[in-house]
Write a protein that binds this ligand. Structure first.
Ligand SMILES: [Zn+2]
Length: 308
């Protein structure tokens, strides 16, 4: 089975993670622009970060046979630094139109402050103007209210729920998100919040329509195999295979594919991996490491996708 991880901060991960994800069947990842743990103090570092997720990280993923997409946005936490936020808003449009950008995101609320609200709304307008989907980060604190409010604001701005992916859902929020016609994404976090056993219970209760699973792997304790492990557990517990395919693959493609930047063809017929490749003079190889070089016959297709 092929998987898409539609929320993975790969910039924080190591090459072992890419190898493990590829081996588990992950063919594509979406890297949302987010904060880095350390607050940024200048727009220039923001520019370099956005350039990284559009550039080097895309290259790095490709060196392990994974297609990499990203979302562009000012995250809710850094929206509280008004000087930075104003400057970031200025540069977002030029990044949002680059190749491989599938949405504006992840945006929304953290502490639900006035500044967060201001920049969330401004970025919804940007998404509307550029006709891009939106990835919404729902707050970890006061989640239910924050999730409802996020959707209220989207509607207020005339957004179509079919273009909005509301992420980090749980048992408390899923019903409302689905009833209102939005996409409901779930981040699988080890030990806390949403584990994959709870996720399977949700799939059993709600089916597969407009639901998607992601790992949200980042610089904290997280599991890059969250999507593949959830799929395996769901199958083991009797969730129909077609539903697993929808929530771990197809729904993410349908939602983010609305950008016109993400197509199945990208991974069914990818350029062969050649680890001798360079990006701005950099390679993923170290020392005398033997590069992996695929020839055209190694290309992945639906028929010969072997998952060991
Ligand atoms: Zn995230």
């Amino acid at each position: 089975m092929m998987f898409i991880d539609p929320h993975a901060h790969m910039i924080s991960r190591v090459t072992d993670d890419y190898e493990a994800m590829a081996k588990a069947g992950v063919v594509a990842v979406i890297e949302p622009a987010f904060w880095l743990g350390q607050p940024r103090t200048h727009v220039a570092t923001y520019i370099d970060y956005l350039s990284s997720i559009i550039g080097f990280e895309r290259f790095r993923a490709g060196q392990f046979g994974i297609r990499h997409y990203c979302t562009i946005g000012l995250n809710s936490k850094e929206a509280n630094n008004e000087e930075l936020a104003e400057a970031v808003m200025e540069i977002l449009p030029q990044f949002a139109l680059k190749e491989g950008v599938v949405a504006i995101g992840e945006i929304g609320y953290d502490e639900q402050t006035e500044l967060e609200d201001k920049y969330f709304r401004a970025q919804l307008e940007l998404a509307k103007e550029l006709d891009l989907p939106v990835m919404i980060h729902t707050p970890h604190r006061d989640k239910k209210r924050g999730t409802s409010r996020s959707m209220d604001v989207c509607i207020e701005h005339g957004m179509d729920p079919s273009k909005i992916i509301v992420d980090h859902n749980n048992e408390e929020t899923v019903r409302e998100v689905l009833d209102r016609g939005f996409w409901a994404a779930f981040s699988i976090y080890p030990s806390t919040k949403m584990g994959n056993s709870r996720m399977v219970d949700i799939l059993a209760e709600y089916g597969a329509e407009r639901i998607m699973v992601d790992s949200a792997c980042d610089w904290g304790i997280s599991e890059p195999l969250g999507v593949a492990k959830t799929a395996a557990l769901a199958l083991e517990r009797g969730i129909p295979e077609e539903n697993v395919r929808l929530v771990c693959y197809q729904n993410a493609l349908d939602a983010y594919g609305q950008s016109g930047q993400m197509k199945e063809e990208d991974w069914l017929n990818p350029p062969p991996v050649d680890q001798r490749g360079l990006y701005e003079g950099n390679s993923v190889l170290r020392g005398g490491r033997e590069p992996l070089i695929e020839d055209d016959t190694d290309k992945r297709t639906l028929n010969n996708l072997i998952i060991e």
